[in-house]
Each structure stands twice: as C-alpha cells, then as structure tokens.
Design a protein. Sequence first.
Length: 203
Amino acid sequence: MKYGYARVSTDDQNSALQLDALKRAGCKKIFTDEGLSGATTSRPSLLRCLKTLKAGDTLTVWKLDRLARSVRDLIAIIEDLSKRNVNFRSLTEEISTTTPGGKLVFHIFAAIAEFERGIIRERTQAGITEAKRRGVKFGRKGILKDYQVEHALQLIGQGENVTDIAASLRVGRATLYRAIAQYDRQHSKPLPLRARNSKKKHR
C-alpha cells in the first residue's frame, strides 16, 4: 500500500502542489496536516500515518522538509521506518528505498543516528565525571540530587534521549521522571516542553 503525507505550513496554505504530486506517485491514501509550521511538535495526521504503516508499505512525501521538523527528527523517523521494513520515497529529492541507492540512504541515516547517540552518551558521561569530581555521588538507589536533575533537564531541553540520560545517571526512566516532578514541585518551575511531551509519551 502506498501512503502519502503532506504538511502545509502557515506560510504556504496551498496544499494542491503536494497533493497532486503524491496522487501522481500512486498514493492511495494521503494524510495532511494543515496550518502547521515545521517547528510544531504536534502533527496528528503524521502520527496517524506512521501508526497505519505496515511492513511492505511505502510512505511518500513531496519533500523531506514536509516530513520532519529537523535533521534529528528526520533521522528518527527514517530509522523507525527502516526497522519496521516500511519503504520511503521523497519525490523532490528523488530518494526511494525500493532502489539500491535509496537503501544506501537508509543505511547512512542509521549510521548518523548511531553516531549521534554515541556523542550524547559521551557528553552525558562527561557531565557525570565532572559531577563526581565535585563530590556528587551517583547510585542506583535514592532520589536524584538537584544538580543531577538540573543537568538532566538541560539535556532534555537540548533534545537528548531520555533513556540515555537516565542510564547515564544509573536510574530508570520512571525514577528520572519522579525526580523531575519532585524538583518541579519544590522549585515551582515548569518542566521543559520536551520533558513534558516525553513523559506523556512513555507513560
């Protein structure tokens, strides 16, 4: 099954160009988010589209920037499609994973994602090492210290992976969220948007 996804930004309200191109590409069903800029985190039609896709299906977009908010977002989506054996096609960039060249693009994206995770782990571990140098003790038991929570919030705000952050602090993700919630209550500071969205997603 061929599915299409189109996003119309607030600066470009005409979806006809994208829809016509996706129909010509053979898309039987097209999901559309209208009036949303690339920076918007909530894209309900894209979420429905990704949940609909099954192994062997093909997701087609007019341009790569219609699919993702950033390079990080694009890598995450492409990697997820690859793991689920879903094909991907971008019409403007002429990328199709049904071709050898397109499959190579998938492998490149996967390599970039792994490289980025390595950098995140290294950066997080560097923060932990510095904390230990200042006498902060880390352990699996007990609630996290304010310094640790602040460091975690900073990384979350930068878009780092919550699971990697929790692992570097030697706690589970649930423990990290409880520590953040307690910190929020004590200091009356709202959680960063990424932290709130990630917390709701993984409940």
